[in-house]
Design a protein. Structure first.
Length: 390
């Protein structure tokens, strides 16, 4: 496989995928070409150091949006060696151009003075809709009255941000002091609404889904009453929503655990549930398809189109786990701690990329973003963006 960029990993049309019921012996078993870290790291687009203010460390840097002329970063500073406990923290958005130059940076409004368990999801705007940053956190003060999250409107051109509604603490039968929202995702809907999903608690979490207006008005919420886990993915379907739930504990004793696809009606009521695997979560793709792996060995990659038709795509090693899909339809999977496996949409080609999953991220366009601590406490980090390596 040549390292020249070409549409080798482009998404394949469903019509060319293997037929239903194809045996494992008929499926492609792509033999990947390995790209070493020093190979892709030689093609840097830009590098830039960032430093925390005095008394803080750079706890996290995340690319929340890939813009036409650069990237939008979410940066969080916290006291050194903090273990997700409530503390004074500083969170900002920062837009950089194609050369890494800062175009603007602004603090995220609407956060409490001290907080912990920070989570965020970014929803890019379309047309006349502004982008949204959805945050959740564990407040330090006045927990019974305080917001446990915030929706913020973002003008990507100017950096102006406007706090909208607060996210209330989920309603539960009893109050436990350190419970917080574990936000796994957010889904923007018509009519000024947003659906949130993940878990709630202090661990293990009760799975949780909520629908709210952008002003903070709660329309409904559903919390797992007899099981612990998280809603790892959510999509809108006719008549309501479908979620992927990973249940780790269930009551009564002997109840089934694992990964379920669960249907909710428009009022948030559970109207259907199907067990699909022990511990492998599917991906809900923007085109309406569902991408999943069986438990193997080997692990067969399966695509279900928007009409419910299944196609087996490829037989893969039994140590891989789905991560996300790229813009061209290729899939990124975790191979092991030091490699990712990128598989083409038709399952016939693959690349194994050596990297450090703790600090390297493959972006939707295939470029690689890294954030590396310069010292133990991460007072300074070096950011870098590298060209797509295939």
């Amino acid at each position: 496989m040549s390292l020249r960029r070409r549409p080798l990993l482009a998404a394949a049309a469903l019509t060319v995928l293997p037929r239903d019921g194809a045996s494992q012996s008929d499926l492609p078993r792509p033999v990947p070409l390995t790209i070493k870290r020093d190979q892709w790291a030689a093609a840097v687009e830009w590098r830039s150091p960032i430093s925390a203010r005095e008394g803080f460390s750079v706890a996290a840097v995340e690319v929340v949006r890939r813009c036409d002329d650069g990237v939008l970063l979410l940066i969080r500073e916290e006291p050194p060696r903090n273990v997700d406990e409530p503390a004074i923290q500083h969170v900002r958005l920062e837009r950089r151009d194609a050369t890494g130059r800062i175009l603007w940076q602004q603090p995220v409004p609407g956060l409490p003075g001290r907080f912990g368990r920070f989570r965020a999801r970014y929803l890019a705007g379309t047309g006349s809709q502004a982008s949204l940053l959805v945050t959740t956190f564990l407040p330090f003060d006045h927990r019974k009255q305080a917001a446990y999250g915030r929706v913020v409107e973002v003008d990507e051109a100017s950096g102006r941000m406007r706090p909208l509604g607060g996210i209330a603490r989920p309603r539960t039968r009893e109050w436990i002091e350190d419970e917080a929202i574990e936000l796994d995702g957010a889904l923007r809907l018509e009519g000024g609404r947003v659906a949130l999903h993940g878990g709630f608690g202090s661990g293990p979490f009760s799975w949780w889904v909520a629908l709210m207006r952008l002003d903070g008005t709660l329309l409904w919420q559903t919390i797992g009453p007899t099981s612990a886990g998280e809603v790892t993915a959510l999509r809108a379907v006719p008549g309501g929503f479908e979620g992927s739930l990973h249940i780790i504990i269930a009551w009564p004793a002997g109840a089934k655990t694992g990964v379920f696809r669960m249907r909710f009606d428009e009022a948030g009521r559970v109207v259907g549930s199907v067990w699909i695997a022990d511990h492998i979560n599917p991906l809900f793709a923007p085109d309406g398809s569902v991408i999943s792996l069986n438990e193997g060995p080997p692990r067969v990659l399966v695509i279900e189109d928007r009409y419910g038709r299944h196609r087996s795509v490829a037989a893969l090693p039994d140590n891989v786990v789905l991560r996300h899909r790229l813009d061209d339809g290729a899939l990124v999977l975790i191979d092991d701690d030091d490699h990712d496996l990128v598989v083409s949409g038709d399952g016939r080609s693959a690349i194994r990329i050596e990297r450090d999953f703790r600090s390297d991220t493959i972006l939707p366009d295939g470029r690689i973003f890294t954030t590396t601590c310069a010292e133990f406490d991460c007072i300074t980090r070096e950011l870098a963006l590298y060209k797509r390596p295939w």
